[in-house]
Design a protein around this ligand. Structure first.
Ligand SMILES: Nc1ncnc2c1ncn2[C@@H]1O[C@H](COP(=O)(O)OP(=O)(O)OP(=O)(O)O)[C@@H](O)[C@H]1O
Ligand SMILES: [Mg+2]
Length: 324
C-alpha cells in the first residue's frame, strides 16, 4: 500500500461483533498535519474504528499504519505518540480534575507540571481544577478528556465525537484548539455525525456508512462543483417541467429525474436555484417547493435519513414549503 506522507492509514479493515460486520473493509488515508473529519451516521462504525486504532480491540482482517509504521496487536505501548478520547472518558470521580491529569501523567511519558496547568487553562477548566470530577457536568468531563488526550503532546490526536456535551462556546473553543494543533503540524482525526460541525473544522473529510468509506478527500473538492436543486411541481406539469429544465443541465449530466413523488431533481450548481425557478415560470409552471444542496449535503442527508439524530440540521435548506 502507498501510505507515504500519511499520519494514519487503514487498509481492508474488517471488524465483526459476533457475525455482524461493524467494519467491512475500511480504507482510510489521513494525511499528516491536517484536521481529518471522520463523518458518519449513528452505528456507521466510527467508534469501532477509533477503538481499533488505539488497540482497545483488534481487527478480524486488514491492517493499520500509525505515523508511518504498522500498528499491530503488540503495539499499544506506542500510544504515547497518540492522544485519544474515545466515548466518555473515565476519570476517578473522587479526585479533582487536576489530580486526575496528574495521575494520568504519572502513568505515561514524563509531563511537566506546568503542562497540566496550561492544559487546564486551554480547555477552560482552571477555575474548577480543584473540584472533584464527580461534581463536573458532562461538558466539563469532555473538556477534561480533551486535556487528557493532549497530555503527552502527541503528534496524532484521535477524538471520538469530542463535541458531545459541549455548549456552543465550548464547541468554538474546541474548534480553535484543534485548528491550532494542526497548524503546529499535528494530525487531528476527529469523528462526528454532524456534517455542519465537520465542514467548519476539517481540511479533509471521510464519510463512512455501514462500515465502509463512501467518500474521502479535501473538503473544498467535496463541496465544490455540482449539487442538486429539487423542485416540486404539479403532476400534470411534470413532463413540461422536465423539458423546461433539461436545457439547464450541462452535457453529460443526467436529465432531470425522479418524478414519482412530484419532485424533480436537477443536477446543477446550487447557486443556480433561482434560474431553475425562472425556467419553470417561463414555461408557465409554478413550483410548490424548491430545495438546494451540495452533492455532499445530499449524500449525507441520504445516509442519515431516518436515523433521527438530526445530523443534517442546518446544513440543508428547504425553501418555500418543501415537504420531503
Ligand atoms: N460491543 C459491541 N457489541 C456488538 N455490536 C457492537 C458493539 N459495538 C458496536 N457494535 C455495533 O457495530 C456497529 C458500529 O458501531 P459504532 O459504535 O462503531 O458506530 P458509531 O459510528 O460510533 O455510531 P455513533 O454515531 O452512534 O457513535 C453498530 O451496528 C453497533 O451496533
Ligand atoms: Mg460512536
Amino acid at each position: 500500500m502507498t501510505t507515504d506522507g500519511l499520519a494514519l492509514a487503514t487498509r481492508g479493515l474488517v471488524k465483526r461483533y459476533g457475525t455482524r460486520p461493524a467494519l467491512a473493509g475500511l480504507d482510510l488515508s489521513v494525511p499528516s498535519g491536517v484536521v481529518y473529519g471522520f463523518l458518519g451516521p449513528n452505528g456507521a462504525g466510527k467508534t469501532t474504528t477509533m477503538r481499533l486504532l488505539t488497540g482497545l480491540i483488534h481487527p478480524d482482517a486488514g491492517s493499520i499504519e500509525v505515523l508511518g509504521r504498522p500498528f499491530g496487536r503488540t503495539d499499544r505501548h506506542r500510544l504515547f505518540e497518540v492522544g485519544a478520547l474515545i466515548e466518555s472518558p473515565s476519570f476517578y470521580p473522587y479526585l479533582s480534575g487536576r489530580e486526575n491529569l496528574r495521575a494520568l501523567a504519572a502513568t505515561g511519558a514524563r509531563v511537566a507540571a506546568t503542562r497540566i496547568e496550561e492544559l487546564l487553562e486551554l480547555v477552560g477548566l482552571r477555575e474548577r481544577a480543584k473540584d472533584k470530577v464527580q461534581t463536573y457536568s458532562l461538558g466539563m468531563k469532555q473538556r477534561l478528556g480533551i486535556a487528557a488526550a493532549l497530555l503527552s503532546d502527541p503528534r496524532l490526536l484521535l477524538l471520538d465525537e469530542p463535541a458531545n456535551g459541549l455548549d456552543p462556546a465550548g464547541i468554538v473553543a474546541m474548534r480553535e484548539t484543534l485548528r491550532h494543533l494542526a497548524s503546529a503540524g499535528k494530525t487531528v482525526f476527529v469523528s462526528s455525525h454532524v456534517l455542519g460541525e465537520v465542514q467548519q473544522l476539517a481540511d479533509v473529510i471521510g464519510i463512512i456508512a455501514s462500515g465502509r468509506l463512501v467518500r474521502e478527500g479535501p473538503i473544498e473538492h467535496l463541496l465544490e462543483g455540482e449539487g442538486e436543486v429539487r423542485v416540486r411541481v404539479p403532476a400534470h406539469d411534470l413532463d413540461a417541467a422536465r423539458a423546461a429544465l433539461a436545457a439547464l443541465v450541462s452535457d453529460g449530466d443526467p436529465a432531470p429525474s425522479g418524478a414519482d413523488d412530484g419532485w424533480l431533481t436537477v443536477r446543477i450548481e446550487t447557486n443556480r436555484a433561482a434560474e431553475v425557478n425562472r425556467a419553470l415560470v417561463q414555461a408557465g409552471i409554478y413550483a410548490s417547493g424548491l430545495e438546494a444542496g451540495s452533492d455532499l449535503e445530499s449524500l449525507f442527508l441520504e445516509l442519515t435519513r431516518g436515523d433521527g439524530s438530526g445530523g443534517h440540521e442546518g446544513t440543508f435548506f428547504g425553501v418555500a414549503g418543501g415537504s420531503r
